[in-house]
Design a protein around this ligand. Structure first.
Ligand code: PBG
Length: 333
């Protein structure tokens, strides 16, 4: 029936590097990367996170050095996460909006030293509450949504005042994007962006991060779990609902988190929103790759680059990854 067999030779465009380069559909660049860093109080301290080899909790002086190194490698985006000493935690999480607190001080220092850096700051109460939940609780341990949102708004304003370029609510309270947008606008921060963690799942892939915040070993929580606010890992349509709500509430970008196990969600997001999608390749993803690589079971460079291109292929514009510096080196070598 065919004049020649096979009719199509898909392998033709794979035959050499030049062909493959010409027809490649997705590309990874250093500009796609967001480098997350953990900050601690004090001076000249660098404490490795046991479950995340190669990742450190840094005092602000050393944080600046780390950022200088990242900038030299071409990284333009930094996300910071504070590790708050227990004495500054409370039921009401007041430290979250202390203009002179660790986060705000770090923001000012970073922007003074690296005005061109795009700085993304976290909005959630978990570093600041005694119990480690992302919101404040009543006496029965219920998370109080609307009261929490009020505090998140205060946080957004102090972070914007300190110089944050993008505030990123990771708390999963309802209505927070709308409220934060209103609060920022009223305070004169119309140009501060909101990156909403829209589809953030109640995932066990965050284990090493909670270890990094060194609150209560791996569970990070004094009671309960985060399932009343973070999404059910079994749901996908609900992620679309969350994303559309955040878009309507005024988010500038949306996030899907975790990354690798949630590529279907990244893809769905790309089909339903015109907003840029950021994917958070979380601590557990980093630790799994590191552990396997350290055992010689996987090629770290290849696995990391393959994971990153998978995020791009699924529809992500940007990727938060603890491998950011390594990737920047891979891409320049
Ligand atoms: C908390 C927060 C978490 C992460 C980022 N912000 C953990 C959690 O929700 O308990 C996880 C990041 C990671 O695992 O790399 N607001």
């Amino acid at each position: 029936m065919y004049s020649s067999f096979p009719l199509h030779r898909a392998r033709r465009t794979r035959n050499n590097n030049a062909f493959r380069n010409l027809v490649r559909e997705n590309h990874l660049s250093i500009q796609d990367l967001i480098y997350p860093l953990f900050i601690i109080e004090g001076h000249n301290q660098k404490i490795e996170i046991a479950s995340m080899p190669g990742c450190f909790r840094l005092t602000i002086d050393l944080l600046l050095k780390e950022i200088a190194e990242a900038v030299k490698l071409g990284i333009q985006h930094i996300a910071i996460f504070p590790v708050i000493p227990n004495e500054n935690k409370s039921e009401s999480a007041d430290e979250a909006y202390n203009p002179n607190g660790l986060t705000q001080t770090a923001i000012k220092e970073i922007k003074n030293n690296f005005p061109e850096i795009c700085l993304i700051t976290d909005i959630a109460l978990d570093p600041y509450t005694i119990h480690g939940h992302d919101g404040i609780c009543d006496s029965k341990g219920n998370i109080l949504n609307d009261q929490t949102v009020e505090i998140l708004c205060k946080m957004a304003i102090v972070q914007a005042e300190a110089g944050a370029d993008i505030v990123a609510p990771s708390d999963m309270m309802d209505g927070r994007v709308y409220s934060i947008r209103q609060a920022l606008d009223k305070a004169g921060f119309q140009d501060t962006l909101i990156l909403s963690y829209s589809a953030k799942y109640a995932s066990s892939f965050y284990g090493p991060f909670r270890d990094a915040l060194n609150s209560h070993l791996n569970s990070n929580l004094q009671f309960g779990d985060k399932k009343t606010y973070q999404m059910d890992i079994a749901n996908a349509k609900e992620a679309e609902k969350e994303i559309l709500h955040d878009e309507a509430e005024g988010a500038d970008m949306v996030m899907v988190k975790p990354g690798l196990a949630y590529l279907d969600i990244v893809y769905r997001a790309s089909q339903i929103t015109t907003l840029p999608i950021i994917v958070y390749s979380v601590s557990g993803e980093y630790s799994m790759i590191k552990a396997a690589a350290q055992n010689g079971w996987l090629n770290e460079k290849q696995i990391v680059l393959e994971s990153m291109i998978a995020f791009k292929r699924a529809g992500a514009s940007g990727i938060i990854t603890y491998f950011a510096k390594d990737i920047a080196r891979y891409l320049t070598d």
